[in-house]
Ligand binder design. Sequence first.
Ligand SMILES: [Zn+2]
Length: 320
Amino acid sequence: MKKKFGIDIGYHKAWRAIQKVVACIRGTPEENYQILPSYLHMMVRKNSGTYTSTKRCGQNRFGYMFFAPVASVADSENNEAYIWFFGEMRKAVQVRRELVFLSDRNQSIANGIRKVFPKTHHGICLYHFEKNLKQRHAKATVINLFQSAARSYKREDFNQLMSQLKSVDKKTYNYIMEEPPERWARSWFPRRCYAMLTTNMVESMNSVLLKGREMPILRMLDFIQETLGEWFYERRKKVFNLDSMLFRINSKVIEFIVDLKKRTCNCLKFQLDELSCPHAIAAINKRYLQKSDYCSNWYSNETWLKTYERHVNTMGDQKS
Ligand SMILES: [Zn+2]
């Protein structure tokens, strides 16, 4: 401070000043919690389909908050917190047959899932399982065998790799098999897991959102929404670039989405008339495609010709 501004200021005074400025910009924690209910109300209004819920604890204190499809905030990770969390999740996503949970081996998570989603499959993240093995000083060769077995598509391969593992390190084998392979091995998984054998996706999201944890609750919610908004935007853009048949066409202030594969545009002309609308034509031109390929056969030259190919003869002179 002295060097930069020529001011003599003690550490504590500077610290209090920073707190004051932060509170001015982001609001105090008290103010934040006070506005939280109306904030959540607006969040639902602006994002239809969003589900939010909060729970108070003890003497009217903030306990937990949940919002889906996005995130949850809790004061601690214990049994009660997880039962509440999964209860709220159940309200948001409902029970579906294809639903699968994947987590580390945290007992509170397992309890929460068993209690709230008793019929839903709960798998173990391979990365966390591997971490457990490393903590038990399993050798690299053993861990490699475990990973290959878990990732095998065929049960024969799984059995072969696991028996190899057993012959190398019986103790670790027994430890691994305390968890049924249905919970961690692809070939035994009772449901589809779509190449998701680890919770890496969640972990990386966690690390990005870490920055937000330092902020007062409303600023944290802003931060999460902004971050997700950006991610959704970028991925959406990617799909539009990848799928060469989907286009966004901007006309003045309105945006039209043209799907050349389905032959639709949200101006509706394309599908109702089966004739390319200006937006579809713009999309067709972007890809240097044939416009005639995107209209109904009824508009083609051939149909036109067929319709009128016969001569209409006049009756001529009736006397003859
Ligand atoms: Zn259109």
